[in-house]
Write a protein that binds this ligand. Structure first.
Ligand code: MRU
Length: 333
């Protein structure tokens, strides 16, 4: 199925009897859509990264449960296949738990709940955009961001990229730098695409250029998203985030994490208990069909890392702005 997307990027579209996902493996070269008609289809799309980004994974999983309920399939089996699709983003578990409360209700009730999760995520992003943008200089801000945290990764607008979007609309931004984000290139392929669509000035850099950039130019804020924030504020995000936080502290750039409370995991005391996904060697040894590493080379491909709370200046959620130690406190109440 293919489609043309409107100005606002909407990667997750409910079509009445199925779910359409903008295939992020194909961007920016092609805008194609994956049609999901079951929880298993959605789980395959999540695992295969057709849909990615912590909040988007949660939203898609909620729709997956609704799809199986509409087809009269077993609820527990649907939940299990979705829960196993990716391990690090706690938004997935959060969405499944929220839907579980309605497990005995009608398929229509589950569909409505999935749509509510989707709508609420967009509203939360708009709120975080305002809160985060207010922390930036009024003019001339220079920002570095990592991975893709935009409309593609969420219900719309984005988390870290949502702050950048709102700050741009307010005239605060002079220059964005966005990392390539190896090995999957979320930054080069997706963030650059989203920023350029809106005319937000961005310069793509190699991941390894970030510390050098900070040594040569003043970067006011490094702004990133999160896949899971532990109770003490330790934050799992795309591999390379930790290195950016160390470089930011060394060079006096502030470090902001932007994530809705669905990314908070109060049951996890610190970063050591966050499961870190490891993906296939082929993400390192080749891009699509082009193989560049010698056959048989040993590899290790963790796709997230944990930034210690001590390196984070603020966490912005829809509830407000806090220091990393305070952000998750009270969530389990
Ligand atoms: O592997 P991905 O592309 O799903 O990783 C995404 C990230 O690490 C994002 O920074 C995070 O999910 C926040 S998205 C708003």
């Amino acid at each position: 199925m293919s489609d043309v997307i409107s100005d606002a990027v909407r990667p997750i579209v409910w079509s009445g009897d199925h779910l359409k996902l903008l295939d992020q493996r194909e961007l920016p070269a092609r805008e194609t859509w994956v049609a999901c008609r079951s929880a298993a289809d959605v789980a395959t799309a999540i695992h295969g990264m057709a849909v990615r980004g912590a909040p988007a994974i949660g939203i898609a999983a909620a729709y997956g449960l609704a799809l199986d309920a509409m087809a009269g399939r077993d609820y527990d089996a649907a939940e299990q296949v979705l829960a196993a699709s990716r391990p690090t983003a706690v938004n997935l578990r959060w969405a499944l738990d929220r839907m579980r409360r309605l497990a005995n209700r009608s398929a229509a009730a589950l569909r409505d709940e999935a749509q509510a999760i989707h709508r609420e995520d967009l509203a939360q992003n708009l709120r975080m955009g305002e809160l985060g943008a207010a922390l930036l200089p009024e003019r001339g801000a220079r920002i570095l961001t990592h991975c893709n945290t935009g409309a593609l990764a969420t219900g719309g607008h984005g988390t870290a990229l949502g702050v950048i979007r709102t700050a741009w609309q307010q005239g605060r931004i002079a220059q964005v730098y966005n990392t390539e984000t190896r090995p999957w290139l979320q930054g080069a392929r997706l963030t650059a695409w989203e920023l350029m669509r809106e005319g937000i000035p961005t310069r793509l850099i190699a991941d390894g250029a970030a510390a050098h950039l900070m040594s040569r130019e003043k970067i006011d804020w490094v702004i990133v998203g999160a896949d899971r924030i532990a109770a003490n504020g330790d934050t799992a995000n795309k591999i390379g985030t930790y290195a950016l936080a160390i470089a930011a502290r060394h060079h006096g750039a502030k470090f902001m994490v932007v994530a809705p409370t669905s990314t908070f995991d109060p049951a996890c005391p610190d970063g050591t208990c966050i499961p870190i996904e490891e993906r296939l060697a082929t993400e390192l040894t080749q891009y699509q069909d082009r193989v560049w590493a010698p056959a048989g080379v040993g590899t290790w491909n963790p796709v997230f890392d944990v930034t210690p709370a001590a390196l984070i200046d603020v966490i912005v959620s829809e509830r407000g702005v806090s220091g990393p130690g305070e952000a998750v406190r009270g969530m389990s109440d």
